[in-house]
Design a protein around this ligand. Structure first.
Ligand code: PLP
Length: 430
């Protein structure tokens, strides 16, 4: 058992692993195996009955993925985590772990487009209803609740608005009703700790900041261990009634001897078992490399992000900037309340001259990559109106918060002088 650390800088390097007991290898090995030899028949039976935790088959667990799970869980202050194949697999399983056909959940409208589509269309085809509400007023979540509501969902720092989600307010509204808040913290690892504010579950696309290198797709679900799933048992039937897919286990009762991990263990042993979007051991290894510098990188992303926001705000070709440190009113209050140590590297700005200027700006960038990704160590930019949102008309663009001259930036960790030079030249040419 390795020592328990509190600081993300140390956790990212040391949690969950010291060395390989057989070889003394310090680096976490890539356990590229499908299966694990059982000691004997009793051992195998105990593993399947969950009376003993251990490796069975890599679709549901793997020692390399386990180190990543332990480290991310420790960084977020959780009790357990589940690595999966992508950020979208993480959001899907996080919801499906609670909602069945006929149930609903309430989500912020401020969401990554892929998640929005998953919730609105794919979940609808499974009979799970999403109810979208504007997060500016947390009360909207409560107003949309009925007896079939199983969860609330929001993103820490959603684009394009980059308005920080009211985590504490929404979590507090759900708690007395037995409704957990699930937070996608992809945009704010280390700088935001949603569990400290009452969130019950966190999901990440590890593809982004956690990797940082832009080489691997992955996702993770983290269980806070703090949500009382039994407080209003009729609210959470998936965890409080017999589960025919696992010998009629009632998860909250069956898992009690193992700790407050009913939610995350059920996700692993039913959803990952049955739907199979497992994280590959190689990708877990890559994310472990990323975690080693995550806390350090977030400081640099935040430092550079704040400098870029200030630069853009004072630039004559810029109409407005969306970034938490330059927000005002309740948006600034939420940023101050929920972000610690900076606001990260994601921001949006409106260029004067609309669509044409937006396209010219992107084409004039030399160092920034023009890609549909965020959270890389390298600086990235995209012009949604001519790419990701190009099928929408002007009215639809505006209702999604994407104006024709809107540019999204993911500020990297290059030297700030080089970042500002590239942005300045591109603005001059646009
Ligand atoms: N959540 C957020 C906030 C994202 O930005 C993304 C991807 O861009 C996802 C989830 C989905 O992650 P993935 O691409 O790893 O499936």
């Amino acid at each position: 058992m390795s020592k328990i650390y509190k600081n993300p800088e140390t956790i990212g390097l040391h949690a969950g692993w010291r060395k390989d007991e057989n070889t003394n290898s310090v680096a976490v090995p890539i356990h590229q195996t499908t299966s694990y030899q059982f000691d004997d028949c009793d051992h195998a039976a105990n593993l399947f009955a969950l009376s003993e935790l251990g490796n069975i088959y890599t679709r549901i667990m793997n020692p390399t993925v386990a180190v990543l799970e332990d480290r991310i869980s420790a960084i977020e202050g959780g009790v357990g985590a589940l690595g999966v194949a992508s950020g979208l697999a993480a959001s899907a399983y996080a919801i499906q772990n609670l909602c069945k056909s006929g149930d609903n959940f309430i989500s912020s409208t401020h969401l990554y487009g892929g998640t929005y589509n998953q919730f609105k269309n794919t979940f609808a085809s499974m009979g799970i209803e999403v109810r979208f509400v504007d997060p500016s007023d947390p009360q909207n979540f409560l107003d949309a609740v009925d007896e079939k509501t199983r969860a609330f969902y929001g993103e820490t720092l959603p684009n394009p608005s980059f308005e920080v989600f009211p985590i504490g307010e929404v979590a507090a509204l759900g708690k007395p009703l037995g409704i957990p808040l699930i937070i996608d913290n992809t945009a704010g690892p280390v700088i935001c700790r949603p569990f400290d504010h009452g969130a019950a579950v966190i999901v990440h696309s590890t593809t982004k900041y956690i990797g940082g290198h832009g080489t691997s797709i992955g996702g993770i679900i983290v269980d806070s261990g703090n949500f009382d799933w039994e407080a209003v048992p009729e609210r959470q039937p998936s965890l409080n009634t017999p589960d025919p897919s696992y010998s009629d286990a009632i998860w909250t009762e069956a898992v009690k001897p193992l700790g407050p991990i009913a939610y995350i263990l059920k996700a692993r042993t039913t959803l990952l078992r049955d739907l199979g979007a497992a994280m590959s051991p190689f990708n877990a290894f890559m994310f472990i490399q990323g975690l080693e510098t995550l806390a350090l990188r977030m400081k640099e992303h935040s430092k550079n992000g704040a400098r870029v926001a200030e630069f853009l705000q004072n630039h004559p070709k810029v109409e407005r900037v969306s970034y938490p440190s330059v927000a005002d009113g309740f948006k600034k209050e939420r940023a101050d309340n929920y972000l610690n140590g900076g606001c990260g590297g994601l921001m949006g700005f409106e260029i004067k001259g609309g669509l044409e200027s937006g396209k010219k700006f992107i084409e004039s960038l030399e160092m920034f990559y023009h890609v549909a990704n965020i959270g890389d160590s390298k600086s990235l930019a995209i012009h949604p109106a001519s790419t990701t949102h190009s099928q929408l008309n002007e009215e639809e663009l505006l209702s999604g918060g994407v104006s024709p001259g809107y540019i999204r930036l993911s500020i990297g960790i290059e030297h700030i002088d080089d970042i500002l030079e590239d942005l300045g030249n591109a603005l001059d040419n646009s």
